[in-house]
Design a protein. Structure first.
Length: 330
């Protein structure tokens, strides 16, 4: 009997989850507020210091006694007591109404449901702009992934179609393989292929009138690209990943661009090296000179004038005077 009652209660909770009334929602709100203020497990009856089987007359007496304890006149300037007094009136009104008390007793016996029907959580939690944007981004990624999956199946079907066409062109309608290999040059139609076929043109769209080179050997079909024969089969279509959706892909592309911009170039013009030279007075000093650039103009910066025989120019020691300065001193 007890088991059947529990099953009936569970069934009612499941079937009525999307049909809670406004009175039910009111009970849910008060139960949540009561437990938050008085502690976990607080009930309407415990708040009135009575039991569930209390009669209506005793309920009224308990309410009057409790209201005297929590009356704002006896507790001036106490907002917490004022809230409890207001909540007491609402609870007493529910328990005095036979139909509402019956509904509360049902939730008292079976527990307040966690999922309280469409609109309940929205009435207690209003999503902000950030939450809405995040939700739209996640939803758009889900839609994008759905289209990627559909494209996967379409690509497999198109690969099979190309294979059948190649086999028919090579071996006839029977598609019965003959000895040897058959080379084909297939010209696409006048319409551009916006989707592209995995295995053809590296999966990129092909323009109208493009020529596709194929090699048929037995039942195998190969695509010739850049002088290389690549096996053309359904495995060319790859099942999509979540990373292929637009948000992860955009983040990855931006990260690669940033990494390329911030990474130092291996052939930078301002690379330098150090050299140790000996001055006229016999002291050794270390100077920093730019590296000789690579390429056709290699070494031009450290040589004499361009044209004719080139002579190497020795780096000037720190503190040494130029020829013009020596003439002035004389």
């Amino acid at each position: 009997m007890k088991l059947s009652s529990l099953l009936a209660g569970a069934l009612l909770l499941a079937t009525g989850a999307v049909a809670w009334t406004n009175e039910d929602h009111e009970i849910f709100d008060i139960v949540s507020a009561l437990e938050k203020a008085e502690g976990k497990g607080a009930t309407f009856y415990s708040f009135l210091n009575v039991t569930k089987s209390v009669a209506e007359k005793e309920l009224s007496k308990a309410y009057r006694k409790r209201s005297l304890e929590l009356h704002p006149d006896k507790n001036p300037n106490d907002s917490v007591v004022a809230d409890r007094f207001a909540r007491l009136g609402t609870i007493a009104a529910i328990l005095r109404d036979a139909e509402k008390r019956k509904r509360y007793d049902f939730f008292y016996d079976n527990g307040v449901p966690k999922w309280r029907g469409t609109g309940y959580y929205y009435s207690r939690w209003r999503p902000g702009f950030g939450s809405v944007v995040a939700g739209l981004i996640v939803f758009s990624c889900f839609i994008h992934y759905f289209f990627l999956v559909m494209t996967y199946f379409v690509s497999k079907a198109r690969i099979r179609q190309f294979q059948d066409q190649a086999l028919v062109m090579a071996w006839g309608e029977t598609k019965k393989p003959l000895a040897g290999r058959k080379r084909l040059r297939v010209k696409t139609g006048d319409q551009e292929d916006p989707l592209g076929v995995p295995g053809i043109n590296k999966g990129k769209p092909t323009g109208p009138g493009s020529v596709i080179e194929m090699v048929v050997e037995g039942e195998k079909v190969y695509i010739v690209e850049d002088g290389e024969e690549l096996l053309f089969h359904e495995g060319n279509a790859v099942w999509p990943s979540v990373k292929d959706t637009w948000v992860p892909r955009t983040i990855k592309n931006r990260a690669e661009i940033y990494r390329n911009l911030t990474s130092p170039s291996s052939a930078s013009d301002d690379e330098t090296t150090t050299e140790v030279i000996t001055t006229k007075d016999g002291k050794k000093e270390t100077i920093v000179v730019p590296k000789k650039p690579k390429g056709p103009m290699k070494g031009v910066e450290l040589q004499g004038k361009v044209g004719g025989r080139r002579r190497a120019v020795k780096p000037r020691a720190p503190g040494a005077k130029t020829k013009e300065e020596e003439k002035k001193d004389k």
